[in-house]
Design a binder for this molecule. Structure first.
Ligand SMILES: Cc1cc2nc3c(=O)[nH]c(=O)nc-3n(C[C@H](O)[C@H](O)[C@H](O)COP(=O)(O)OP(=O)(O)OC[C@H]3O[C@@H](n4cnc5c(N)ncnc54)[C@H](O)[C@@H]3O)c2cc1C
Length: 594
């Protein structure tokens, strides 16, 4: 039995977590196939062309649509679709390696991500048998190019406030759709639109499968964007577009639920994609650092560069560890739900919902890692990083969108804390009070300043810090806590640090206990965990102290400061030396080393 958010209640068991080193030959073949596709069909032509694709240019947009068809020939557009409907129905974790590998296709990752995720999963998960049979084979073969229309000019983060309306015609055969959608990925060539609209004066959205062929659809010009320039993004206008009643997905007013649930999947896939992008960038940074000489020295030898390379690796490693642990748990939970009698789509959805907190945390971490890693990769390249010649500036621009779509990082931070609180207060699935009762014992047990063998204690303390501060803030502010967004943001960061630090630690423990990789690699991974914890403690200290300063006074403040100070005490390691060792190891391996 696996349970979402359980990391906050208890310590994880290394024997129970999945590590990427356990991927099978078949899973790794899929990864290689995607990378091979990206190299031959995207990277090599881009080098020849001397520039990236621009969806604003008609020929390039047609090329992107053709790439989608070519990828479909290899089965890549049907990864989440059952064999019965023309797909290859990968398990969720394999779908994540697919997303990771897809990062090597640059902006095409967004195009194919939309086709295989938000643009088609609503049908996979919520469609009737007739809807699936009618549309999914076309999505798998890319004969139908798919898009997802939720956002409107005045309804972004507040997606349920959209004004697009669906009104049943007199004959009761069609909903007539009117409205305007914005920022629609794949919109420029889409044949299929998953459209969210309100029926009459409903409070909540409903969802519809809309074919371009229905008529009444016009497109705005391609958006001129900062990055992912090859990805088509347009406004879509619905003017009396007739949608057959049988094309509604699930029930009336179920659309908002569909939109949110589909985003759980999109969020963790985005994290996998950004992690793939980080690994790719680190490879480039290492190669360039080793080649480039200044002051008669390879710049790789400079401490400042080693520090950057190591930091990029450490944070990528933690995200990589957590993503596949959650992916595996989603697969296990799906199997559990199916055994309990749920249908395939329902089981997959419920499993994703179970891990909504983890998916939100990973979206934030993955996208912020991507910005950090691409920025530092550019810096390692100096002026050449700023030049279009190396492609690094493209990666830097492309990475930036990931903090905005699939729910902005502010929304995802709030969501992670709100969802955890809901599980504690409403469904009682998680008992934070009970977990908080362990704090005195933890304080007593983990008294000494941390040393290099205290990783488990530090992780326990970070989680206890979250429980201590969220518990006290919750008591003081009650329901008003959600309005104190600065506090919520800080709580989300503490929660995320506990989760990622443990994921990285458990991965290394499992590899060590089972001697799954060579001893020298384990040693470097252990160092990566230590450096991660060193950074995590800093972030937790800052976030926690800000909260304490904001809402405690007098004796209460002193007590909280004292207890929190004990939980986040100094970690006596030489982070500088550890980072140097990690960078040297990456140099020896020629890139991201794990
Ligand atoms: C390239 C690109 C592709 C996209 N693809 C699609 C697509 O295929 N389909 C689709 O439907 N949408 C798509 N989007 C839309 C995307 O999901 C939205 O841009 C995103 O949800 C944010 O909405 P917004 O841009 O309206 O920003 P806003 O919601 O206006 O947010 C602006 C700022 O305010 C913050 N904010 C908003 N509400 C709150 C709050 N309650 N508390 C605190 N801070 C808040 C945000 O975090 C952000 O920093 C795409 C966007 C882009 C740029």
């Amino acid at each position: 039995m696996v349970k979402g958010c359980s990391f906050i209640e208890k310590a994880g068991n290394p024997e129970e977590v999945f590590v990427p080193e356990e991927f099978t030959e078949e899973q790794l073949m899929i990864k290689d196939m995607v990378i091979d596709f990206c190299l031959k069909e995207i990277q090599e032509p881009m080098l020849k062309r001397g520039r990236e694709l621009y969806a604003t240019n008609e020929e390039d947009r047609a090329e992107v649509a053709r790439l989608l068809e070519k990828s479909a020939e290899l089965g890549l557009c049907g990864v989440a679709i059952s064999e019965k409907h023309g797909g290859i129905d990968l398990d969720f974790n394999t779908g994540l390696i697919f997303a990771e590998a897809g990062a090597q296709g640059f902006s095409f990752a967004t195009t194919i991500g939309c086709q295989t995720s938000i643009g088609s999963l609503p049908i996979v998960y919520y469609g009737t048998e007739e809807q699936k049979a009618k549309y999914l084979p076309g999505v798998a073969s890319a004969a139908l190019k798919a898009s997802y229309c939720l956002t409107e000019p005045n309804a972004g983060s507040d997606a349920n406030s959209g004004k697009t309306r669906a009104v049943l015609n007199e004959a009761g055969t069609h909903y007539i759709l009117n409205g305007q959608k914005m920022w629609i990925t794949n919109g420029g060539f889409a044949d299929l639109f998953i459209v969210f609209a309100k029926i009459d004066d409903d409070k909540k959205l409903s969802a519809f499968i809309v074919e371009k062929a229905f008529g009444g659809i016009t497109l705005g010009a391609e958006e001129k964007k900062m990055g992912i320039k090859g990805s088509s993004t347009v406004q879509v206008f619905f003017n009396d577009c007739p949608v057959p009643v049988e094309n509604m997905l699930a029930g009336r007013e179920e659309g908002f639920k569909i939109a949110l649930n589909i985003l759980n999947s999109g969020r963790i896939k985005l994290a996998a994609g950004t992690t793939g992008g980080c690994k790719f960038a680190i490879d480039k940074a290492v190669t360039y650092a080793k080649e480039r000489k200044q002051f008669d020295t390879s710049i790789a030898e400079f401490g400042a560069i080693k520090n950057k390379i190591a930091q990029m690796i450490v944070h990528t490693f933690a995200a990589d560890s957590a993503i596949y642990q959650v992916g595996r748990n989603i697969d296990l939970k799906t199997a559990e739900f199916k055994q309990a009698g749920e249908a395939d789509g329902e089981a997959k959805l419920n499993a994703l919902r179970e891990f909504a907190v983890e998916c939100a945390i990973l979206k934030v971490k993955g996208s912020e890692n991507a910005d950090f890693v691409l920025d530092e990769t550019l810096q390692v390249h100096g002026g050449m990083g700023y030049s279009m010649e190396t492609g690094i500036e493209m990666g830097y621009r492309d990475a930036r969108i990931t903090r905005i779509y699939e729910g902005t990082n502010e929304i995802n931070r709030m969501l992670s804390v709100a969802e955890l609180t809901k599980r504690h207060l409403k469904s009682k699935e998680i008992n934070l009070t009970q977990a908080g009762k362990k704090i005195p014992g933890i304080l007593f047990k983990n008294m000494l300043p941390f040393t290099s063998t205290d990783e488990a204690a530090i992780i326990e303390n970070i989680k206890a810090s979250f429980l201590l501060i969220s518990g006290a803030a919750g008591k003081k502010l009650g329901k008003k806590l959600v309005d104190e967004q600065e506090i919520v943001m800080n709580l989300a960061d503490i929660l995320a640090e506990g989760f990622l630090a443990e994921a990285a630690y458990l991965r290394v423990q499992k590899l060590k206990n089972k001697s799954m990789v060579e001893a020298d690699q384990i040693k470097i991974m252990e160092k990566a965990v230590q450096v991660y914890l060193y950074d995590a403690l800093d972030k937790v200290r800052k976030a926690g102290n800000e909260i304490i300063d904001a809402y405690t006074e007098g004796f209460n403040k002193k007590t909280m400061r004292y207890l929190f100070g004990k939980l986040t005490q100094r970690y006596n390691i030489n982070a500088k030396e550890l980072r140097r060792d990690i960078a040297d190891y990456a140099y020896a391996k020629g890139g991201y080393p794990f």
